[in-house]
Ligand binder design. Structure first.
Ligand code: SF4
Ligand code: SF4
Length: 223
């Protein structure tokens, strides 16, 4: 199909950007849109907790955010050319009480089959672990969807639980019915992430619970 070919031209061959399509009939956008295209772009530098540096991590996040925004803009132009109604949902949380964004990129990524939610509450992909930045665009067009992932592949791993020195992560395996508060104390996590507003002008994942994850480096339990 010509449209899919053009999407692939923009997002690439999955060597650094995973992508898939989610049915969004579960979301509050369902009246206007039927699908979300979800992108998960790999951080193009590898850093581990052993070499963690807050400034370097912040720069990596900014660089990858710029790159994924460019791809989303190109997709938006493409859908405009085809006359397909589309919308780029905001990344940021708009509800500072419940700490939710209008459209959950993570949940759509799970629904599209890109990965599962780790014990640390972030998307874990088989290919790159949690070292990805997500982007999304909603469309009103019947693209073929990926197969949802319904269970965690974290198994007995405890690395992110141990890496968070504030005890935010409860160590519970996610499934598709899990609620966020069952996995982690997200309000305390938000408080810790908000401390970066002083230095980075925005909330920022500390990085420890992400860089500890063995997925994307090697499968847990395998050489
Ligand atoms: S972002 Fe920070 S506070 Fe939140 S779980 Fe990860 S290491 Fe802990
Ligand atoms: S560090 Fe281990 S428990 Fe945490 S998200 Fe990664 S695989 Fe899951």
């Amino acid at each position: 199909m010509e449209l899919i070919g053009k999407i692939i031209e923009i997002v690439g061959d999955r060597s650094d950007t995973l992508w898939s399509i989610s049915d969004i009939s579960y979301s509050k956008f369902k009246e206007d849109f039927t699908r979300a295209i979800i992108l998960a772009q790999h951080y193009n530098h590898f850093i581990s907790n052993a070499e963690y540096d807050e400034k370097e991590y912040h720069d990596i996040i900014l660089e990858i955010r710029m790159s994924i925004d460019q791809k989303i803009n190109l997709l938006r132009n493409l859908f405009d050319q085809y006359g397909i109604k589309n919308f780029v949902p905001p990344v940021a949380q708009t509800d500072e009480i419940e700490l939710v964004a209008p459209f959950s990129f993570k949940y759509a990524a799970v629904q599209s089959g890109l990965g599962w939610i780790g014990k640390n509450g972030v998307l874990i992909t088989r290919e790159f672990g949690p070292r990805v930045r997500l982007g999304a665009i909603l469309v009103d067009f019947p693209l073929i969807c990926g197969k949802p992932i319904k269970e965690s592949l974290c198994g007995n791993c405890h690395a992110c639980v141990d890496a968070c020195s504030w005890g935010v992560i409860k160590g519970v395996n996610w499934n598709i019915s899990s609620r966020r508060e069952e996995l982690l104390n997200y309000k305390l996590c938000n408080k810790k992430r908000s401390e970066y507003i002083k230095t980075n002008s925005r909330k920022h994942t500390c990085g420890y619970c992400i860089l500890a994850c063995p997925w994307g480096i090697k499968e847990p339990g395998k050489q």
